[in-house]
Structures are given as structure tokens and as C-alpha cells.
Design a protein around this ligand. Sequence first.
Ligand code: SF4
Length: 464
Amino acid sequence: MLRSFFIQTVGCQMNALDSELLDAELRRAGYQPAESPRRADIVLFNTCSVRAHAEEKIYSALGRLKNAKQFNPRKIIGVIGCMAQKDRQLIFRRAPQVDLVVGPGRLHRLPLLLRRIADGGGPCLDVSADRSAEKTESLLGSFVPFTPLRVAEHRPVPHQAMVRIMSGCDKFCSYCVVPFVRGPEQSRPAAAIVDEVKRLADAGCLEATLLGQTVNGYKYRAGGRTVALADLLAMLEPIEGLRRVKFVTNHPRHMTDGLLQAVRDLKKASPYLHVPAQSGSDAVLKRMKRGYDAAAYREMLVRIRETVPGAAVTSDFIVGFPGETEEDFRRTVELVRQARFKNSYIFKYSPRPKTKAAELFDDDVPEAVKRRRNNELLAVQNTISLEDNRSLLHRTVEILVEGPSKVALKRTDAGESIQLVGRTVCDRIVVFDGPRKLIGQIVTVRIERVEAFTLFGSTLELTE
Ligand code: SF4
């Protein structure tokens, strides 16, 4: 009987949540986590398709397990997540040592499929229907949101939790594979979300992060009533023990005044808004099919600043999108300078099969130009982030202590006082020395030194 499993996860928070839920499901089914892929009876790669580089890394990792599979043919190797949905049979052809390919809309079937393979049923492919070939109604039964019941003892971090409130996406931005690999947009019933967050809070969760590809487009209709994200935040507000509610990722078109007022008025709603702009050029935004222009994005920023003063706004940008001229790029730099984001995640364009951008446009910006634009935009953003963080010097902030810092994790000394890391309500990272017992607590820290991405401080007191 196969007993141990190892899940290697790459990609976004959706994947991190899927892996956490799957880990709990497998434990519930009687499997135990293993320390490494080599020691595990079952190895699962939870994959990402946003960049070609991330996919190639998975194929390399699969290659490294070839010998282990030859040595132990009963070892099960599986590929799950976005690349599984996108590449399907191709994975078996490129990596014949793989036994199992399961898309993100089919994860609920994984324990059953593992048993089938262990009983000699042979390789298994379970993916959702092809979005470009089927109608939305028939697709819904094929992309099943993965929302098993949370079990407190199987949660990795009791004080924080990601909670899925939506799955899929209907926006079809021209560069993005998400609508194809994660299927149609589906909002989860509000009552189920409230119930899940209540259970998490009862088990000690202080901070819930609500997840959706376009989270601020959340809309659940039942009994003649529509619950939007602002309503959902209000429904979560009275939950005892819960202290913070974050939500990612927002789409500029759904940043309504009602949502901003909810963030302003509700004590637990975090004034942290991740709203990707992707470009500051109207021509590029149009080719990206983002559904807004730079003026509309700026207008949204003004509304955010007016309604929620002090909110931390962050963004994503793609540089080197097909046809991006130097003038287009200057407009992006100008937007970053004006917007004063807390930080921006900057990516070089990488064409993805199935997408409109890959089909219609040549990837015509040379790699060296993409790299230069990436570095330049990063430098502009880093200067702003550092200036922004400087305004917090010698001030006190409240943070939720998440655990040991990266430095502490590398050290072997098991002293009681170690370097810890936590986050402010606006998602700023704070590092400080303190006793381990502070992990999972909200504490007040005085900021003594700042860098662009990190604040350094010393603890003053437990907040409660
Ligand atoms: S909004 Fe656009 S970029 Fe975001 S997941 Fe949907 S298609 Fe992809």
C-alpha cells in the first residue's frame, strides 16, 4: 500500500491554496507527507502556465525523477494544476514516467485516481473540457471548484488562511491562459464562505485572504439577492476572533465606490489593494484586451486615494508586450511615477500557446530590450517603495507575526529569541528580533530601518 506523498508547488496563491487543500485531503485518505520527492511513494507537481520558464523547470524536475521511477515502478508521479490542463497528453509524451495528469478543475477526483493507479489501472488523464470548443453551461460541470472542508489539524499555519471565493475567469486578456486552464468565472456561495471563515477563526485564524482571479468581481446570486464583495466583507466583519480580511487580485473595472467605502468603513477589511495596471499605454492596453485605458486607471486611483487615504496600492506590469514602443514604455514609467504604488511586480512578456496575443502578434520586442525595460521600471518602483517606507521610520506599526524570517530559517541555533517576520495590515513586510512565542500574534513594532521591500524594527508590546 502506498503511504507517503510529496507536493511541489510553483505559481500563484491559487496553487498554494490547492496544494494546502490537497495535502489535507491526502492525509484524510490515510497518506503521510514525505520529506522529499525521492522518499515519497507519490510525487505531485502542482504547476503554473503563466511563463514558459516555469513549465520547463517542471519538465526538468520530472526528468530528474526518471531513475527513481525505473528503480521503483510503483512510485506514482503526477502533474496537476494549470500546465496539466494546458498540455494534457503532451506531458505523457514528453515525460513517459508520469502516471497522472489532473487539471485544476478536477482535483476533487485525485484520491480516487491515486487508488486506481495503485491498483494497477495504468496512467490516468483527468482534465476539464476544452474551453475554446464547448459552451459555458456544459463547461461548468467540468471545471469543479476545489473547496473541501478545512480541518484545523491539517492546516500548515493556524493564524492565517487563504479562502477561495471565486474560481476561473471570463476576461480573456489576450496574453493570459487562466480562462482556458481554470475555466469560467464561478463565485462561491456567500454562506459557504462565511461558514468556512467562521470555522477557521474558531481554530485560531486571525487573518483570511480571499482569493479570486478577479476577486472584486465577486457576485453570488441567490433568492433574488446579489452578494457583491463589499457585502461579503460586511458579512465577515462580525466573525469573532477574526482580525483582518485581505482580498486579491482586483481588476480595475470592478473597483466600485461601494467596495472602497466598505474598505474604509469596515474595521477588518485591509486597506491593501492589489490592482494590476499591466501597462500605461492605451495602445498596449487595447492589444492586451484589458478593457480600460490609462485615464480610467488613473481615475480609479484618484477614487481610491480620496475614499481610503493611506491605502497601499500595488500593481503588476508586463514589459515588452508585442508592439510595445519606447514611447509606450515611457507611458508606463510615467504611470508608475505618478501612482506611487507600494510595490509592483514586473514581468517580461512571454507568449503562451492558446492565447490571442500568441496567435495574433509577433513577439517582436528583443529579449535585451525587455530586460532593459524590466530593470528600468524596477529601479523606478524601488526608489518609490524606499521613499514610501521611509515615511514609516521611527513610527509604530501593528503586525501579525507570521514566523521565523528567511535568515532565521537558515540558522541552526535553536535559541528562544530569533529573527521573526510579520506583515502590517497594508501587507508591508516587517523583520524584527523576538521570542518564538510571538508567532501567530499581533504585536506593535517600532520601525528603525527601512529598505525598499522590508521594514526592520523592534517589538514594543503584544497588541492584545
Ligand atoms: S483578468 Fe485577465 S490577466 Fe487576470 S486572470 Fe483574467 S484573463 Fe488573466
